[in-house]
Ligand binder design. Sequence first.
Ligand code: F0G
Length: 484
Amino acid sequence: MAKVGFYKDENVVPLEMHKVRIVQKLTLPPLEQRLACIQGAGYNTFLLQNADVFLDMLTDSGVNAMSDQQQAAMMVADDSYAGSSTFTRLAAKLRDIFGMQHFLPAHQGRACEHILAKVFVAPGSVVPMNYHFTTTKAHITVQGGIVEELVVAEGLAVTSAEPFKGNMDCERLADCIQRYTPGKIAFVRVEAGTNLIGGQPFSLQNLRDVREVCDRFGVMLVMDASLLADNLHFVKTREEACRDMSIRDITRAMADCCDILYFSARKLGCARGGGICIRSEAHYRAMRGLVPLFEGFLTYGGMSVREMEAMTVGLEETMDADVISQGPQFIGFMVDELVKRGVPVITPAGGLGCHIDAMRFVDHIPQTQYPAGALAAALYIAGGIRGMERGTLSEQRAPDGSEPLASMELVRLALPRRVFTLSQVLFAVDRLEWLYKHRRLIGGLEWSEEPEILRFFFYGRLTPKGGWSEKLAHQFRKDFGDCL
Ligand code: F0G
């Protein structure tokens, strides 16, 4: 990673090691329009139209900036159903980077999870993991499997100085495998840049320790590498023993610990698609048949050849420390600025995005009234910024209709890689500071239309209790005058 000095200490900011040559116009709708839009969207940020959003921080999935080299590669894609040389190039790049012999393409990350769960998970199987991701857990439970979360205790602490909050607790892992007997363990799963606890990494040492436990019991180790780029950056910058290793060497050392790794290329490689890299011929053969059935022929797996070319280049670019440091550095900057202003956020900064701790931000809103959902709606009103609720709203009701309360109430403000400028990040920080000052104006939400499953995605609609959004807008007008 380029270490650039600044003459004046107070000027130190993360410096982009790229220039922007294609831009997309943005508009910040006026306050009244923002209020109407969030009402129209049932206070569910998923239902906002992107045209009404100024900074779309919903996700980093499929919305990262591509490089000029990626775009150029898309022009030379080999559009053939079978045996495309585009696929050959992609498979060779993956073999080169991860050192695994076999590759199965899939249309995105969850499709890989579908295949893995169908082949390896049976009713009563157990999948121990550092932490679940929503789609992963859904695929495992649909097959009758159980997820056991074994992240280190510090992983669930909102504020912490622990650099590797995504680490697996290896003692609990060994206990878990023994408790269920190794035969019941479908595989052990480690998630790089652990999404739902704030994009938190695990260390290379921890991964090696997990491998040792897997070897002891003869259990397979699978890595979800969707957020690997961020995790690589943190291993390089936070793990003393890896300081002098290249990103390529760290990547290979991580892959060497695993039997299988899969990824969403909507994140890893800054394109769209996904795939499974497999070490053993037997595992490859066990999964292969499902690709033509659910995805597409074995040499495209539901992906466009153009995306595959972009992915091949994007994967190579992921080996460049400057490229992968941009996201985590911007997120680190945003987190530091918010901490300076007293706004409660997850620390240390992770990858993917900045995570606001709604439990502390709006501590007057009970969890049953969805504090993180309310805060996400308020932030859209304040600045046209779209974040994602990661709390109780994102959970499912239990079969008896009761509502399990999430262990964290977060608003995730994703920073798609190389998309936003530092001044846009500062704008978000400024609006969050204003909102924090007026946090008592924000109230809870209640359902007006609640879908049975995936409440967010299936057009769930809510209303603000006591009409707080109007009061917040009124305060905004008072403080910002006729400014947007
Ligand atoms: N694994 C992880 C760690 C992810 O973050 C995601 C997606 C997936 C698997 C599934 O991949 O979307 O390509 O099917 N995360 C997105 C997000 C949805 O917004 O965080 P996919």
